[in-house]
Design a protein around this ligand. Structure first.
Ligand SMILES: Nc1ncnc2c1ncn2[C@@H]1O[C@H](COP(=O)(O)OP(=O)(O)OP(=O)(O)O)[C@@H](O)[C@H]1O
Ligand SMILES: C[C@H](N)[C@H](N)CCCCCC(=O)O
Ligand SMILES: [Mg+2]
Length: 225
């Protein structure tokens, strides 16, 4: 199995997990490293031939990897896709489908196991750390089962500090290794992203980096071994 691998989790939804994951993929590729980005479970995904597909998580992660959108590349990145922009269990129910945590974890394990030596695998979670993914399981259960370190993504909106620190405490309570935190600048935040990152860093006890609007992955954040 390749190492390192990273699981990108959010302190909330729509705060920059995909943006951060894509920025990390680009950074690693610039460094000449091989990287595979996965968004195994995605809700709010339009059909492949829809003009908005490129803006979906899967579309953005394929673009960051330099991959075209084809039925094969999409299925290899995001095998579980649902149309409704809801928690995955609800989105699946709208389509008369259901999800199995075991199948999801096994699929990810297989991708980690088949990765070449020297290849980095980055998995983006869904929603916030404890967003429901099946009727019984949350994203935290998924992350714990996967047994790879987490990278936490936070916003810089008012309230983000508490959301980020609550997620840090939850990860700690569940013995999930946390490699660092990326604060992705939120639109119309009342203070600078650096200020928010500084506040989070004072309490989090792990490296914290800033990702400004439209910016690149923070150069000073050591997230991979
Ligand atoms: N640092 C940033 N610079 C520019 N745009 C950003 C940044 N962070 C997030 N965005 C934009 O904000 C929106 C939400 O971000 P993103 O899709 O990365 O969130 P997410 O946490 O992955 O959401 P989800 O829970 O749906 O997976 C996207 O349009 C994204 O491009
Ligand atoms: C549609 C959205 N962008 C995500 N794909 C799913 C977010 C689920 C959040 C559920 C919750 O924690 O309340
Ligand atoms: Mg995303």
């Amino acid at each position: 199995m390749s190492l390192p691998a990273l699981f990108v989790v959010g302190a909330g939804t729509e705060i920059g997990k995909t943006y951060t994951t894509a920025a990390l993929v680009r950074r690693l590729r610039e460094q000449g490293r091989r990287v595979r980005a996965l968004k195994p479970l995605a809700s709010g995904v339009p059909p492949l031939d829809h003009p908005d597909f490129a803006e979906s998580d899967t579309g953005r992660l394929l673009a960051a990897q330099g991959l075209a959108v084809t039925p094969e590349t999409v299925a290899a990145c995001s095998p579980w896709r649902f149309a409704a922009p809801l928690a995955p269990d609800l989105a699946a129910a709208r389509e008369g489908r259901s999800l199995s945590l075991t199948e999801l974890v096994d699929w990810c394990r297989a991708r980690l196991a088949e990765a070449d030596a020297g290849e980095t695998v980055v998995i983006e979670g869904v929603g916030g750390l404890m967003s429901p993914i099946t009727e019984a399981a949350t994203g935290l259960d998924w992350l714990k089962s996967q047994k790879i370190p987490a990278l936490l993504v936070s916003g810089s909106y008012l309230g983000a500090i508490s959301h980020a620190l609550t997620a840090v405490e939850t990860l700690r309570a569940h013995d999930v290794p946390l490699t660092g935190i990326v604060v992705s600048e939120s639109p119309e935040a009342p203070t600078s992203v650096e200020t928010v990152a500084g506040q989070i860093a004072r309490h989090a006890g792990v490296p914290v980096g800033c990702l400004t609007r439209g910016g690149a992955f923070p150069a000073d954040l050591p997230v991979l071994g």
